[in-house]
Every structure is written in structure tokens, then in C-alpha cells.
Design a protein around this ligand. Sequence first.
Ligand SMILES: NC(=O)c1ccc[n+]([C@@H]2O[C@H](COP(=O)([O-])OP(=O)(O)OC[C@H]3O[C@@H](n4cnc5c(N)ncnc54)[C@H](O)[C@@H]3O)[C@@H](O)[C@H]2O)c1
Length: 335
Amino acid sequence: MDKIRAGVVGVGLMGRLYGRLLKELPQAELTAVYDVDAERAAEVGAELGTKAFASVEALLSQVDAVFICSPDRAHLEPVLAAAAAGKHVFVEKPLATSSEEGLQMVEAAEEAGIVFMVGHVLRFDPRYIHARNAVAAGDVGEVIHMFARRNTYIDQGRHYASWTTVPWFLGIHDIDALMWICGSPIISVYARGARKLLAKADDSVLAVLTFANGAIAGLEVSFVLPLVQGNRQSPLLEVVGSKGMIHVMPYLRGITIHKPDGLVEPDPLYNMGPVMHGQIAGVYKEETVHFLRCIQEGITPAVTGRDALLAVTVVEALERSLASGQEEKVESITA
Ligand SMILES: NC(=O)c1ccc[n+]([C@@H]2O[C@H](COP(=O)([O-])OP(=O)(O)OC[C@H]3O[C@@H](n4cnc5c(N)ncnc54)[C@H](O)[C@@H]3O)[C@@H](O)[C@H]2O)c1
């Protein structure tokens, strides 16, 4: 098959990253970028040696596939436009900010027969894949409980809290991963939030998740880690089973660099820039290669729209629980 002509909608942190990956990968050709901020689109287009277009429609006329990396609330329109034009879609997580919008996208993609994949990147982290495989092989017996943590620094929290919340931004990663690893959907959620630093959004949220198979999980997410020297993000996953346990320790990055002005711990998997002999390596590359392979070989992506929709319904229940102070059931999407 010829190179896949690909474009990127929304060239902020993630869109620029996928643009760079598409430029590097031999099976793709970056043919177009679009951003609502035309200046930014022109700047990133020039940096990546491709053309910036003035609308999503104009971009779609130049591509076989599109990466949608606009803020969460701005996924629906470009996904529907791409599906209507018969273009394959990779859309960043969360699929949508409501299950109604998510279902619209999933149905449009199914009707159009396009490859439709959502960026739940933990499914491309080798450690989480090992955890999933171990549970599926029965190595730890029946899952009894799990614990997942994901947090980020307050500068990131301040940026993202202007258009999302910590469960939608960070929690949804682990909610998808926990259901995938446990092999069972979450049916109810009880959540509490603390609000001290970010004026209009929760700083940190803790939740108890109950699964259809009787397992339970604790989830901890935070947007406000202090920016102090030596502090580190501490993502974590633990699985306790009837016959064994799994510890996934992504916070142990395996390298510390002690510079005169402080300690640096580069993340070997979640790279945003070239680290492998001049090219980007790690989970985002694996995810992009997988999406392109799904198009070339006509296979179903490792993360489907329906998987991502399920995670959206769980975050909706979590947000309802934060508002009501009660345990809330996950409302299933039947269509
Ligand atoms: N998988 C991950 O690890 C990960 C990490 C960060 C963000 N994300 C997700 O990726 C998406 C983008 O996040 P980001 O961190 O790149 O955000 P960002 O704020 O860095 O960039 C967003 C870009 O989208 C542009 N934009 C805004 N409205 C638009 C519209 N209607 N049409 C086109 N462009 C528009 C903005 O101008 C900006 O350039 C979000 O859905 C976010 O949740 C995923």
C-alpha cells in the first residue's frame, strides 16, 4: 500500500507530537495540519514541513486519515466530518465529554466503515500489557482489588483545568486500563474531591470503583503536585488476586541524572521528543504505528470507539458522584 496521507487537527502538545511521528514514520506522509489558532497552525506546519489549512474540511480533502487532538469538547465536529468524508480517525482520549456525543461518533464511524481508534495510551505501555496478559492467563487468580494512581504538576493542572477536570483528563486513562486488565466493566462509582488550589476545579479526586465481576478498585488522581526539586509524579498500578499480585511501577523510571542545577528523571516511554538516535520512541510511537497498521491491514484497533465510550460513561458516573456525594451507577449505553 502507498503511504497513508495523514493530517492533524489541533496542533498543541499532542497534535504536534503526532505530527512529528507522522513525519518520521515511513508508512505515513504528513500532508496537512489545522488549528483554530491559525498562527499556531502556520508555525507548526512550517516546523513540520507541511501545509496549514484554514478549515477541517480543507484538511480532509488532503488526507486518508486524521489525528484529532483538539481539546475534549472539540472532538465531535471533526470526528463526524471525517467519518462523513470516509477518512480513518484517531482521536485523543477522552473520546467525548458526554456519552451522547461519544455514541454519535461511534455510530458515525461504524456506518462509514472507517478505522476508528481512541488514544488510550496505557494499552501501549508494555508494563500494563504484561499486567493484562498475566490476569488473562490466570497467573494471579481471580482479581479481588486493584489500585491506580496518576497525577501531574500544578502548572499542568492550571493549564488543563481551564477546559477539563482531573477525572476526565487523567482518571480516564486508568479507568480504561483497569477495565481492560480486569476483563470486566465498572458498574458503580463513589468519588470525593478536594478543592484548595485550583479555584474552580478539584485539585485531587479519590474514587472507589466496583466492577461487574465483584472486584473493587481505588483510583487517585491529582492536578496539583507541587513544583519542588526532587518531587516526582508517581503513577502506579497494583492488582491483588486470589493467587498472586501485580505491581506496575511506572514512577521508577530507571534513570536519574544529577546535574549541577538539580535532579532530572527522564521518562523512557512517554517521550514527546526525539530520544532514539534522532527519532521519537515509546508509547505514542507504538500507538501511531498500530493505528497505521490497522488501516493497512484492515484490522480492528486495540482500543475501539466502544471501549472508549464505556470509559466515558464511567467518568460521567464519577462526576455525578462528586456532585451528589453518593455512590452512582454507571449508565450503560445500549445502542
Ligand atoms: N494521551 C495522552 O497522554 C494525552 C496527554 C495530553 C492530552 N491528551 C488529550 O489530547 C487532546 C489535546 O490535548 P493537548 O494537551 O494537546 O492540548 P493543548 O492545549 O496543548 O492543545 C490543544 C490545541 O487545540 C487547538 N484547538 C482548540 N480548539 C480547537 C478546535 N475547535 N479545532 C481545532 N483546534 C482547536 C488549540 O489552539 C491548541 O493548539 C485532548 O483531548 C487531551 O485530553 C492526551
